[in-house]
Design a binder for this molecule. Structure first.
Ligand code: AHM
Ligand code: MG
Length: 335
């Protein structure tokens, strides 16, 4: 029987091979994975754990928080604040940054996360997840500031997500391809189940919230309209559609069998660039997708090249199979 490789062993080997990841980053990733295990347990308990339903609070985006949004946020903070590997954290569920308290040593990394992505699916028992991004704190002796987080996505040193579905799967990149780990609940450890994940360059499957169609811009309308015309249309093939309303689950499907995911700017809130957040949703997902041979743009430029100006900045997202993403991006320059 082939030997099972745990996440711990995988990370130790990544550290050894050409020093691909420093020891502190390895520790950080192990701690994040441990926090994801804790969140996975809470998700699994559902109604039995009293974790479903809405909390009586809003986040900075004006969204009503779910109990699990808050629980997941706390699990990630409590797991990460004392290890000495982090200087500060930022989250979809916190207005400002969370600086590691003085009673703990300060590390050189910054961690950003969407603790529970796909919140609208929590209570209906559909896949949800955690998304995270790791940056280096800029050099210097001064304390950490919110501005330190405003780095373009290509500066990430690690990114990943954990999807809580029929299986709990952790997906990770440190810039050397994408690896997937499945949680073995009996052993309590993540086990490597796929390495060198590759997204097919072509696809016949698209993911977008079709109910927003009347609000879309011309390039998105054109792309989806051409898909819907199937074999009789300009694409000459029939397309399938999926929309889970959890970006983690949609991206996981795309990593597994290809596809394109779009949450574009639309006219509902014309002053906002989109619904999804750049720093802890689009950047980590964009890097994972690129590392698996796919592409990620906002219609005009590569997501990873966007210079952020705000922690909770929003962005239009088009990612997945390379040829499809390039097609939609091309439509933005011709229409
Ligand atoms: P969340 O982080 O508050 O859960 O919001 C992000 C989610 C994405 O996971 C998903 O792609 C999208 O919002 C779904 O939005 P909609 O309900 O508008 O289709
Ligand atoms: Mg989210």
């Amino acid at each position: 029987m082939a030997q099972r490789i745990s996440l711990t062993r995988y990370l130790v080997e990544q550290q050894r091979i050409d020093g691909l990841i420093p020891a502190q980053l390895r520790l950080l990733l192990e701690v994040v994975a441990r926090a994801c295990k804790g969140i996975s347990q809470a998700v699994n308990k559902g109604a039995l754990g009293g974790v479903l339903g809405t909390a009586e609070s809003e986040n900075i985006q004006g969204e009503i928080q779910k109990k699990l949004d808050i629980i997941a946020n706390e699990v990630l903070i409590e797991a990460n604040e004392w290890g000495g590997h982090l200087a500060a954290m930022a989250s979809e569920e916190m207005d400002g940054i969370y600086v590691v308290p003085n009673r703990y040593p300060q590390g050189e990394y910054l961690l950003l996360f969407d603790p529970l992505d796909g919140s609208s699916n929590i209570d209906v028992n559909v896949s949800i997840g955690t998304i995270f991004s790791v940056l280096k704190k800029p050099e210097g002796d001064r304390g950490v500031e919110a501005g330190d987080f405003l780095q373009a996505g290509h500066q990430q040193v690690a990114a990943g997500y954990c999807v809580y579905g029929p299986q709990t799967t952790l997906v990770l990149t440190v810039g050397d391809g994408v690896a997937m780990f499945t949680l073995d609940r009996e052993q309590g450890s993540f086990v490597l189940t796929q390495e060198n994940v590759r997204i097919p360059e072509d696809t016949k499957e698209f993911a977008i919230n079709m109910s927003n169609m009347r609000h879309w811009d011309a390039p998105i309308k054109r792309y989806v309209d051409e898909c819907l015309q199937g074999v009789e249309g300009p694409r000459g093939k029939d397309f399938n559609m999926r929309w889970i309303a959890s970006m983690v689950a949609d991206v996981h499907r795309i990593l597994t069998r290809g596809g394109i995911f779009m949450y574009p700017w639309d006219k509902r809130e014309p002053n906002k660039p989109g619904k999804l957040r750049l720093m802890y949703e689009a950047n980590p997902m964009g890097w994972i997708v690129e590392q698996a041979g796919g592409a990620a743009t906002n219609g005009k430029q590569r997501i990873l090249d966007i210079e952020p100006t705000q922690l909770h900045e929003r962005v239009s997202v088009i990612l997945g199979s390379k040829n499809e993403v390039e097609r939609v991006t091309g439509y933005h320059s011709t229409l």
